[in-house]
Design a protein around this ligand. Structure first.
Ligand SMILES: Cc1ncc(COP(=O)(O)O)c(C=O)c1O
Length: 374
């Protein structure tokens, strides 16, 4: 007899994770929006110290980390949730809020884990297309909210399109969403966003108990290998709900210690973000030299359409053959696009040179095509 699985398994799509981790050290990993910089010495020291205590379970309440976040953001620790990566909090939110008959609204293309929330719970997903500039269409999203809506996700800056909306627009949207709907503002990349102060959104929590700011140590803080994220919540109820549906020891001792050390290293993190931003500009300029125009990035990656005559799969394979891993657009929601993480200057140059070989460079005078058609 074959094993019998739950119905939801048929609905859940396999997360399109990057592969290539078995490749050699010379591989350019530009597929997962990681930071290219090695761990900070303070983080390494904190992890080494924490490892001495791995015969004990981690603090299930993540007390010190929540207190450190509370001091930094002036949000009560009781309204701060920790997760095994911010994905863990997202999945827990799905479990805690969604069920058949309930609805979830998000933009598309957006982070590929969002569809999983509905698939895993039987809720109805309303994926609202991004606009011509590949930004969230908040008016269209607002129109999809009904009495059945339990959760709305706004990803700002948005993965994979890299674009962001000004906080003022998001604030107006949140104010307009009915109180029974949890608004999750996924700010995984907020530190790279030049439109607003990354911490300005925290003030919105005071007047919106239904708002949750989802953040991670995986990107700017460079701790994705340890898996730790957090949510600043407008209400204790949300934190209690996501904690109730999870196993108790979801965040390990090394991750908790590393996150605290990283939080205390703001100057070094800011310097790294600045380097990354300079490289982002260089990468976008390099693409333009190839006749390709990236969407306006506010994140640590770029998103652009390949020339019409190029085959997305062949380009991704051609890059992989040259030991350069990027993300194909189709599984992320847009055929013919590529998402490329900002890497080291060397990796970015390698990528640009390889892309130049793979896509036919337009003849002079350069044909500047609008990549994101309406
Ligand atoms: C928009 C967005 N949110 C959340 C995450 C989850 O990050 P983590 O689980 O590593 O904290 C990612 C990771 O790529 C992301 O792109």
């Amino acid at each position: 007899m074959a094993l019998e699985f739950a119905d939801k398994l048929n609905r859940i799509k396999v997360y399109p994770a990057a592969d290539g981790y078995a490749l050699g050290p010379e591989v350019a990993l530009l597929a997962s929006n990681e930071t290219p910089y090695p761990p900070l010495p303070a983080v390494e020291r904190a992890v080494a110290e924490a490892l001495k205590g791995v015969n004990r379970y981690p603090d299930p309440a993540n007390t010190q980390l929540r207190q450190a976040l509370s001091r930094r953001y002036d949000v009560p620790a009781s309204r701060i949730a920790i997760g095994n990566g911010s994905c863990d909090i997202l999945l827990a939110a799905g479990e805690a809020l969604l069920e058949p008959e309930a609805e979830i609204v998000y933009a598309w293309p957006s982070f590929s884990i969002y569809p999983h929330l509905a698939a895993a719970t039987g809720a109805r997903a309303l994926a609202v297309p991004v606009d011509a500039e590949h930004k969230h269409d908040l008016d269209a999203m607002r129109r999809e909210i009904t009495v059945a809506t339990r959760m709305v996700i706004v990803c700002n800056p948005n993965n994979p399109t890299s674009t962001a909306l000004p906080l003022a627009e998001i604030a107006a949207f949140v104010a307009d969403v009915p109180d029974h709907v949890a608004v999750i503002l996924d700010e995984a990349y907020c530190e790279f966003n030049l439109l607003d102060d990354p911490d300005a959104s925290v003030e919105l929590l005071d007047r919106n108990p239904n708002l949750v700011l989802l953040r991670t140590f995986s990107k700017a803080y460079g701790l994705c290998g340890l898996r730790v994220g957090y949510a600043l919540c407008g209400s204790e109820a949300f934190r209690n709900a996501v904690d109730a549906v999870r196993q108790p020891f979801f965040c390990n001792v090394a991750a908790q210690a590393a996150a605290i050390a990283a939080l205390q290293s703001q100057d070094e993190i800011a310097a790294r973000v600045e380097r990354n931003l300079a490289e982002r500009i260089a990468l976008a300029d390099g693409l333009e030299d190839l006749g390709l125009q990236a969407a306006e990035s506010q994140a640590n990656f770029v998103w652009f359409d390949l020339p019409e005559e190029a085959d997305e799969r062949e380009v991704v394979k051609g890059l992989a053959d040259r030991q350069i891993l990027v993300r194909a657009g189709t599984p992320l929601g847009r055929e013919g696009a590529l998402r490329v993480t900002v890497g080291t200057p060397e990796d970015n140059q390698r990528f640009l040179a390889a892309l130049g070989e793979l896509v036919v460079a337009p003849a002079e005078p350069r044909r500047k095509r609008r990549l994101f058609k309406s």
